[in-house]
Write a protein of this length. Structure first.
Length: 190
């Protein structure tokens, strides 16, 4: 069984929307506004590219990342990696041709089948709605959270408001940085 890892830049109040400056959100670009940049706080991002063997995204994140990430040196490790997009509306014609192999999945059952294949970890970037669905379905195995010392109020959240049984997490790695960021790595306890 492959490990499904959700990775997110997240505010202290759980918002994950538009961390890099995506349009349409009042606090867009909050990860680099008024926060001192410390390279060591982002070390987990390079590690993720080395450890992951596939990437999973929702349609909205794919449409945001695919025009930009293929040509960015910071994300070179993801270019050759197989990518999967969970979408009921994307077609093969909607996929970019310069970002390597990309497969469209149509359901959470197909994500479950992907997890049951041979291979290493699958990393989930962005994709607030997808993360909520994956978490609610019990498909996420690990969280890589880079927590920013901000309260953003409104915005898309990493976790759903679904009334469900408690899901226990085990903190397996953590570090606090001088700029107030915290790295928290949690395994989902089954």
């Amino acid at each position: 069984m492959r490990t499904l890892i959700s990775t997110a830049f997240i505010s202290l109040d759980g918002v994950v929307e538009a961390p890099g400056g995506e349009p349409g959100y009042r606090n867009s670009g909050w990860t680099f506004k008024d926060i001192e940049f410390l390279p060591e706080a982002f070390g987990i991002k390079g590690r993720e590219q080395k450890e992951a063997t596939a990437m999973l995204m929702g349609r909205t994140s794919y449409e945001a990342f695919s025009p930009v990430w293929p040509d960015m040196a910071d994300f070179a490790g993801y270019k050759a990696m197989p990518k999967y997009v969970l979408s009921t509306t994307l077609t093969e014609d909607d996929l970019v041709t310069n970002w390597g192999e990309t497969t469209i999945l149509r359901s959470l059952d197909e994500v479950t089948a992907l997890k049951e294949t041979e291979g290493g970890p699958i990393i989930v970037h962005g994709s607030a709605a997808l993360n909520q669905s994956l978490s609610d379905a019990g498909l996420i195995d690990r969280y890589h959270l880079l927590v920013f010392p901000l309260l953003l109020g409104a915005g898309k959240r990493l976790f759903s408001a679904t009334d469900k049984d408690t899901q226990k997490l085990k903190l397996v790695e953590h570090e606090a940085y001088a700029n107030g960021l915290q790295k928290n790595v949690f395994d989902v306890v089954r």
